[in-house]
Write a protein of this length. Structure first.
Length: 339
């Protein structure tokens, strides 16, 4: 079927080829979820019709809408959050989620109302929920249709009084540059897969002895076994793929636009796997500049932690903290080829 798609100026482009009238662009109204056919023609045929301009009255030099008091609170480099009723805590629904409060803080700190937030690994859709709360436009991508459907359900519960739009797309993060215009994204925010470190049976060693054999015991919490899934890759190959993905995302980000990645380190056969170090190296190599490392203090939301390593092997509990790696696109950067 030959379809038509509207550009941002409202003009009609002809000759777009798709399997249905909704493939390749977004229906009128928000919220919206786009289940994209990844076999359709590439490049401009998949360009999304979503706004990315400020809708606030802030001064042009301001990077957000926050007053000075809220700005000062965010200068503290250790952040703590609480889950709310809308958060997903059930690991059988999604194995790794961050709280809405975390996504809300990042979107409020690094964007204005009306600007565009991108989550390349959207998962359960928390970034989209926070964007809707703050009247930010947002796009999220995920390989798994079940997670895109989960996003749709969560977004549909949001209030409809804002003018912003939140869209979930079922496609590979490697293809995101086909959907968005250059320099249209103000913030990239995500918690990516942790290489293949979840692709193993869970032993619950951090739990107390009587709590280890819970519902998660011996379960593999990996998102999928899809060969495109970064969670199936060893750390070295994972780093190469992340480099290529983020190299292609950089031109979509506005100059001085931020990119925040939530990631923990993990233990594997008594070795600390420093995922955060790998990602810092990866993003620096493809043109991002590291601005801040923020610690997400999770001690208020974990409980029933067992003794770990005593008495001969001191190991910090990875569940008690994670990293928020804050990069930006330098104002006059050179975009490198992936190393």
């Amino acid at each position: 079927m030959i379809t038509k798609a509207k550009t941002k100026t409202g003009k009609i482009k002809k000759g777009y080829k798709a399997k249905s009238a909704t493939h390749g662009f977004v229906r009128e109204g928000a919220p919206a979820v786009l289940l994209t056919d990844v076999t359709q023609e590439k490049a401009h045929t998949r360009l999304l019709d979503i706004d990315f301009q400020r809708s606030c009255q802030c001064k042009p030099t301001h990077i957000n809408c926050l007053p000075a008091k809220e700005w000062m609170k965010s200068q503290i480099g250790v952040w703590r959050f609480f889950y709310e009723q809308r958060d997903i805590r059930d690991k059988s629904v999604h194995p790794a989620t961050f709280p809405i409060a975390l996504a809300k803080k990042c979107t409020e700190l690094f964007t204005h109302k009306g600007e565009l937030v991108l989550d390349p690994f959207v998962g359960s859709g928390t970034t989209l929920v926070a964007a809707a709360d703050g009247d930010r436009n947002a796009v999220g991508f995920d390989l798994q249709a079940k997670y895109v459907s989960l996003c749709k359900g969560r977004i549909s519960q949001q209030q409809m009084f804002n003018s912003s739009k939140q869209v979930a797309v079922c496609d590979d993060a490697r293809n995101i540059s086909e959907y968005l215009k250059p320099e249209s994204v103000s913030l990239i925010l995500t918690s990516p897969p942790y290489a293949n470190l979840l692709n193993r049976k869970r032993l619950n060693k951090s739990r107390r002895g009587d709590q280890r054999k819970n519902d998660q015991f011996l379960k593999v919490e990996q998102y999928s076994q899809d060969t495109r899934d970064l969670g199936t890759l060893a750390v070295e190959e994972y780093s190469r793929e992340m480099a290529e993905i983020y190299r292609k995302l950089l031109p979509l980000l506005k100059p001085r636009g931020h990119c925040v990645i939530n990631v923990p380190d993990m233990w594997w056969e008594n070795k600390r796997i420093t995922i955060h170090v790998s990602l810092i190296e990866v993003l620096r190599n493809v043109g991002y500049e590291l601005r801040n490392i923020i610690i997400w203090d999770r001690t208020n939301i974990v409980n029933q932690i067992g003794i770990f390593g005593w008495p001969s092997n001191y190991i910090t509990m990875g569940v008690t903290f994670e990293y928020l790696l804050d990069f930006w696109r330098p104002p006059h950067e050179v975009i490198h080829e992936a190393q």
